[in-house]
Every structure is written in C-alpha cells, then in structure tokens.
Design a protein around this ligand. Structure first.
Ligand code: PLP
Length: 421
C-alpha cells in the first residue's frame, strides 16, 4: 500500500465537508493488541493510570480523529479552548495541560516566573534569581503527586495548624497548596486555607484530580476563591488520558502558558499536548457537563447490584456497597469471604480474574489505589503483607462497558464456587 492509500484509509469518520467517505482500511481491522501480545481486560478496578485510565467518550475519539487532519497554531487553540473552558468552570482563565500533575508544575512555574522570560529559562534553578522557592501544605496533604512542585525547584514546607502556616510564611513562599481528597484529614479546611492566602497575598491552589463526580466540584473551588485548581482529564471526565485542566486566575494562567509548550527552554517542554488532545479535552468536558449525572449514577448502581446479586447467596460470602466520601466517588462493591469456607486470598482471586478469559482487573484490598503498581505490589513489605492477608476483593462499575458487569459477576461467582469447600 502506498502512502496516499494509507492516508486515505485513515479517514473513515464523516468530516465537515472536505474528505470523502472511504472504505475501512486494514489499519482499523488490525488487532494491534493481539499482534503484539498485549493483554486487554475488563476494568472493574477504576480510573488508574497504570491500567490506561479510562475509555474516552466516543465524541472525544471523533474529535481526536477529525482534528488530526489539519494544522493550526497551538497558542490559538489554547486561547480559544481556554476561554470556553473558563466559562464552563466559572474561572477567570484556563488551559489544557498534560494531566493534573502537569497542571501543578505549570501553575507553580507561572507563579514563580510571572511573565519574565528570563526566569522561565532559569527554572528549576531558583537560587540567586529572586524567585520564590517554597510551597506550604498541610502534612497530611503532602502526597506523592506533590513531586510536581519539586520539578520547579521549589521545596515543600509541611504545616499542621494555622499558627504553623503563619510561622512558615516568609518572603520565599510561593504557594499554599491543598489536596482535596484528604480534606477531612488536615486541621485546616478549604475556606480557611483560602483566607490565609488572601490575608498574606499568596496564591492558593487545590488538587481535585480525581474529584468529579460530583460535577459541581468543577466550579466549586474556583468560586470559593482558590487561585489555581488542578484536575485530570482522563478520569471520570473520560477525556484523553494525557490531558488535564489548569484553571484559575488570569495572570497566573498566562504565566503558566509562558512555561508550557510550544515554547522550549522551559521545565515543562515535555508536558506537550497537541491540538487533538486540547480539543479532545474540551469536548470531553463539554460532554461531561451535559451528562445526565443521575442517570449515569443509576447505571453504576445497577451494574454493581448485578454483581452483588450474583455472589451474595454464596456460602461464607458477604458483600457491602460503599461510596467513598472523597476522591473517585463511585459505588464500590466489597466482596468478603470466610476463608474456612472459601479457600482463597484476595490476591489469589484477583490473579485468577486477571488470568481468566476474558481477563478482568479488580481491586483487592482497602489500601489506597496508588499503592498498586503493575508487578510491584511488594515495594513496601508492610503493604505486601496486607495485600496477602485480606479475604476480599473490591470492584467498581464506572469503567465497565455496557454488559461487562455480567461477565464480572459470572467470573467472580465461578471462582468463589470453585474455591469453596
Ligand atoms: C490522578 C491524580 C493526580 C495526577 O493526575 P494526572 O492527570 O494523571 O496527571 C494528581 N493528584 C491526585 C490526587 C490524583 O488522584
């Protein structure tokens, strides 16, 4: 096949005007996963980066494809999309970033450099530049994703009380950062955090990467007065996995843009999002906002109920449905068993689901999801021990494709029955 035919073959979706419909090309028919021996699976675990996150909405895939046939200026795409997103989330400004992590690096880089190109080029070497160099956050909020801030050259100062904050603030303080998912843990709550920032004239930020639903979180923290808000595009919003949104103050977003591609010579040159992903992110957000959220929730509940019903009557098996109060808010089914009746560990059941046909990924302990890394569950011996111990698996339904709940229900039931004495 020559290049022309190949390119023609790529165009199978109806485009506005120009491109004629052509027959499906072999590239679409190719099962590239199979060809390379890559395992695909039913995702009953959740929106996990190492499991490739989410299945993008159809509209997003369509926009990725349709925009890929044209050139445009990245800055113009960011300008136009940023304006629209800002309206949708009630912020002054916004930009599409390479995920929530990237939004954190870019947001802080912008605070440090302002619109000074020389400073942009100096990052991450802050010494002797006059740039600020410290981020304050509550001890319980200092999670691993804060590494995004370290990339700018800043250090993190942990605090616990309001007094600590007052003491920690100095001329080097760049940002007061808050992690929404653990907001119940810290002594200082959202409004108070924002007030501290306003009092000392220091920007405040919040990481809400995994915090829709509820959909209202998209604007809640902008309205509350946080200067920067970071969210993932590839979790519940089901946009491109390599996209996220930085929203907030106009001057700070402009400065963040100066630190971001297409410009090189910046710490964030590697945080590239192209037109397809920027526009895909926009469409994903638009679609997410216009979702019937109640209906979607009901779908998740029905699927979970289906799996629960399949295993509930089994001897020695108990089930429970919970909804996390914060972060990845979706119904979670915990399936527990008496290991004198069902001879299995949680890990064994998880592995059998994984090794079965079709392959299924489930959660299998109460530990925070980020402890799981493909093939490296045992980095921390204490974690490994806990993982072996539990006689339980957990499943979620929000990343299931329609009908997959039936397969998940059947497979879990089969394995529990097979292991029953
Ligand atoms: C997922 C997540 C991130 C990282 O988000 P990406 O969009 O994958 O970069 C940051 N913080 C929290 C709390 C998260 O859950």
């Amino acid at each position: 096949m020559n290049r022309r035919e190949l390119l023609k073959g790529l165009t199978v979706l109806p485009l506005a005007g120009a491109t004629p419909q052509v027959p499906q090309s072999t590239i679409r028919e190719r099962d590239i996963f199979k060809e390379l021996g890559i395992r695909t699976f039913i995702n009953a675990a959740g929106t996990l980066t190492y499991m490739s996150g989410c299945i993008m909405r159809d509209e997003v895939v369509e926009v990725l494809e349709s925009t890929s046939h044209h050139f445009c200026m990245i800055d113009e795409v960011q300008d136009k999309v940023g304006e629209r997103i800002a309206q949708l989330v009630h912020s002054e400004a916004a930009m599409v970033t390479c995920g929530a992590f990237s939004a954190m690096t870019l947001g802080l880089a912008g605070i440090l450099t302002g619109l000074d190109v020389r400073k942009v080029e100096q990052l991450p070497h802050l010494a002797g530049t006059g740039m600020k160099s410290e981020v304050i956050c509550q001890k319980s909020h200092n999670e691993r994703y804060n590494h995004a801030f370290l990339n700018t050259g800043c250090t993190i100062v942990e605090v616990e009380t309001v007094e600590d904050v007052e003491k920690a603030i100095n001329e080097k303080t760049a940002l007061l950062h808050f992690l929404n998912i653990v907001s119940n843990a810290g002594q200082i709550k959202h409004e108070e955090w924002v007030a501290l920032g306003k009092k000392h004239n220091i920007p405040t930020s919040i990481d809400i990467a995994a915090d829709v639903p509820p959909v209202s979180n998209l604007w809640k923290f902008n309205e509350m007065g946080f200067d920067l808000v970071f969210i993932s595009g590839g979790k519940a919003i089901r946009g491109p996995q390599s996209a996220g949104i930085l929203m907030g103050r106009k001057d700070l977003i402009a400065a963040a843009r100066l630190n971001s591609p297409p410009r090189g010579f910046t710490v964030a040159r590697g945080h590239k999002v192209n037109k397809e992903e920027i526009l895909g992110m926009y469409v994903a957000l638009e679609k997410y906002l216009s979702n019937d959220h109640e209906k979607e929730w009901k779908t998740w509940e029905n699927r979970i109920a289906h799996i629960q019903n399949a295993v509930e009557g089994l001897k020695g098996v108990t089930t429970k449905i919970t909804v996390p109060e914060l972060g990845n808010v979706t119904p979670v089914l915990t399936i527990n068993w008496d290991d004198t009746v069902v001879k299995l560990t949680g890990r064994q059941l998880r592995d059998r689901l994984r090794d079965g046909h079709p392959s299924i990924e489930a959660q299998f302990s109460g530990l925070p999801l980020y402890h799981y890394q493909a093939g490296s569950d045992s980095i921390d011996p204490a974690v490994a021990e806990t993982l072996k111990g539990g006689n339980l698996v957990r499943v979620t339904a929000w990343m299931l494709q329609p009908g997959e709940e039936k397969i998940v229900a059947r497979r879990i039931k089969e394995e529990l029955l097979t292991a029953s004495v």
